[in-house]
Design a protein around this ligand. Structure first.
Ligand code: NAD
Length: 282
């Protein structure tokens, strides 16, 4: 069985620890009934920023499992040497820089980082054209892929209902709306065959006037330790439909990222999503 060498970037973060646990735990995942190229993942390196508390600690001990013999480093180049895959839940600037380097080296890049600007996304798409195999998603959980599909269908079927997307996350989250809320907004816009950018209302404050017909609204809540709650509300005359998802544990994202890594290892360079990983494109 081929052993694919994984670098966890952002190893000192909340998702970094979950990704270390997921990589350490899995040994060949089943994709649609077949073992993915009979490959398994092995933690090759764990990286974070210089000065981060996690630097120098054993990645396994840091993530709350047994020692893995891999010390968390701040030397990205050393970490990338000999690696096959980077699982990256960091920050937009870091992910953009890493994508360019991954393209040079022809590696797989699993990007969970949210809050990317249009320019960041364009740079990541260029890296995919330049030789990187990238899977990027605002939410790597299986349930969210299904929810996005339902939202697309509901938005199309209830074409004149108002769509509002509500999300809540822990108090330390730095971007808003969440990547998942935007992913759900894109799904709704796709169902309506409109551009999300042209129709989204991301903030309301003061005398806003009546709701603009056909817009897709976002509302953001922050507090406590909430891993991620999302609701899509379709409000029509005399009724409301709510489609929702509650993330209870970060392992749902880390397991999805590990699954995407195994899948991407068998793909040609390009930019992919979880819809591609799960074969739901048809
Ligand atoms: P966090 O702040 O706990 O962790 C981020 C880590 O990245 C930190 O340890 C930070 O030091 C590190 N980092 C930043 N720049 C770096 C660099 N240049 N090199 C190496 N490490 C660097 O945040 P988190 O809660 O773990 O979330 C990380 C990202 O993942 C956020 O953008 C978040 O929204 C996103 N996220 C995505 C999903 C998904 O399924 N796509 C799920 C959860 C969180």
């Amino acid at each position: 069985m081929a052993e694919l060498k994984v670098v966890v970037a952002g190893a000192g973060g909340r998702m970094g620890a979950a990704n270390i646990r997921a990589v350490a735990a899995q040994s060949g995942l089943t994709l649609h009934g077949a073992v993915a190229g009979s490959a398994s993942l092995k933690l090759h390196a764990a990286v974070d920023r210089p000065g981060t508390e996690a630097i120098g600690q054993d990645a396994g001990l840091f993530a709350g499992i047994g020692a893995l013999g891999v010390a968390i480093t701040d030397d990205m180049e050393a970490a990338l040497a000999g690696a096959d895959i980077v699982i990256d839940f960091t920050a937009p600037q870091a992910s953009v820089a890493l994508a360019a380097r991954v393209a040079d080296l022809g590696l797989v890049h699993i990007i969970g980082t949210t809050g990317c600007s249009e320019a960041d996304d364009a740079a990541i798409a260029r890296a995919a054209q330049d030789g990187a195999r990238i899977v990027k998603s605002g939410n790597f959980s299986m349930g969210m892929v299904v929810l996005a599909n339902l939202v697309e269908k509901a938005a199309a079927a209830l074409a004149d209902y108002d769509i509002e997307i509500l999300e809540m996350h822990h108090s330390r989250k730095v971007d808003a709306p969440s990547g998942t809320a935007l992913l759900l907004g894109e799904a709704a816009a796709k169902g309506r065959e409109i551009s999300l950018k042209a129709h989204s209302v991301r903030v309301r404050d003061g005398h806003t006037g009546p709701r603009e017909a056909g817009s897709i609204g976002f509302a953001t809540l922050r507090g406590g330790t909430v891993v991620g709650d999302h609701s899509v509300i379709l409000a029509g005359p005399g009724e409301r439909i709510e489609l929702g998802h509650r993330a209870e544990d970060r392992s749902i994202f880390a397991n999805g990222a590990a699954r995407a890594a195994l899948w991407a290892a068998n793909q040609t360079p390009g930019l992919y999503s979880m819809v591609d990983v799960l074969g739901l494109n048809d």
